[in-house]
Write a protein that binds this ligand. Structure first.
Ligand SMILES: Nc1ncnc2c1ncn2[C@@H]1O[C@H](COP(=O)(O)OP(=O)(O)OP(=O)(O)O)[C@@H](O)[C@H]1O
Ligand SMILES: [Mg+2]
Length: 260
């Protein structure tokens, strides 16, 4: 069971200072605190806590099966895994007591690994469909300015785009909703290095626009080079929380938890 509003007001807010590299003055823009989540009987997310400051890029890393996707899904309030305990706060809004639709309206957008481009719809229709209900985010013009290739292909069926273009469309669709935090699950998967370069550039521009990003990547080095901070998961718990540079500099840590 997630906590009720009453329980929340009578509880002390979590102290993240031991996890954070930032002065513990202002409350975090985003915080996940002591998340526990299950697929049926399988206990997968086992007490995950971390926070993110506004405008940061956080790399959420760990070996296969460490619980990265499950953590993103629990944060976005997707029904499975079921969040049984813990709190997720975004800009003072309690996501833990919301449905996935409410969490999306509050500003969380998850771009899943399979990208979910809708078959039978053009690029533009995929974007328009995302904007059918408020709150709406970036306009089509602004999206096409950031992704000129999507503009050129706007009348093309979305699923016929290249892998890189489909990833751009999936990110564009997240931006077309009112967004504060972008959660990206393996955005570089299956893409050539030159396309990864292009997506990385785009993510830096998105950062300049003030959007906060969490990137989950098997390509940990690329993610660390982009990110400000890193959180490493192992069997559903946080084993490292610090700067991305610390992970790049720490060979033993990388060998133990990332196998790189
Ligand atoms: N739908 C599910 N039902 C039951 N168990 C699941 C389900 N999805 C994932 N798991 C299990 O939960 C654990 C964590 O999986 P998760 O997908 O979150 O890991 P991950 O870190 O994203 O791994 P990868 O790098 O392979 O994507 C794994 O042991 C996985 O087998
Ligand atoms: Mg995964």
């Amino acid at each position: 069971m997630t906590l009720t509003e009453d329980q929340l007001t009578t509880r002390e807010r979590p102290d993240f200072s031991r996890h954070s590299n930032h002065a513990a003055t202002a409350p975090a823009f985003f915080s996940a605190w002591d998340l526990h989540a299950y697929y049926g009987e399988s206990y997968i997310v086992q007490g995950v806590s971390f926070n993110i400051h506004e405008g940061e890029i956080l790399a959420l890393l760990g070996r296969n099966g460490a619980g990265k996707t499950s953590t993103l899904r629990a944060i976005a309030r997707v029904g499975s895994p079921l969040l049984t305990h813990g709190e997720v706060w975004l800009d003072h809004q309690p996501l833990h007591s919301m449905t996935s639709h409410q969490a999306a309206a509050a500003g969380i957008q998850l771009v899943p690994e399979d990208r979910r481009i809708i078959p039978g719809l053009t690029v533009e229709e995929n974007l328009q469909l995302a904007q059918i209900t408020p709150p709406v985010g970036w306009s089509l013009d602004r999206i096409y300015e950031l992704f000129p290739r999507l503009g050129e292909r706007r009348k093309q069926e979305g699923v016929t785009l290249s892998g890189g273009e489909q990833q751009m469309l999936a990110i564009a669709r997240a931006l077309s909703r009112s967004i504060k935090v972008l959660l990206l699950d393996e955005p570089y998967e299956g893409l050539a290095p030159v396309i990864v370069d292009e997506i990385e550039k785009t993510l830096n521009i998105i950062k300049e626009q003030g959007i906060t990003t969490v990137i989950v990547e098997q390509n940990a080095v690329r993610a660390l080079m982009l990110a400000d901070r890193a959180v490493i998961l192992d069997t559903g718990t946080v084993v490292f929380d610090g700067t991305a540079q610390e992970v790049l500099d720490n060979e033993a840590l990388r060998a133990e938890y990332l196998a790189i």
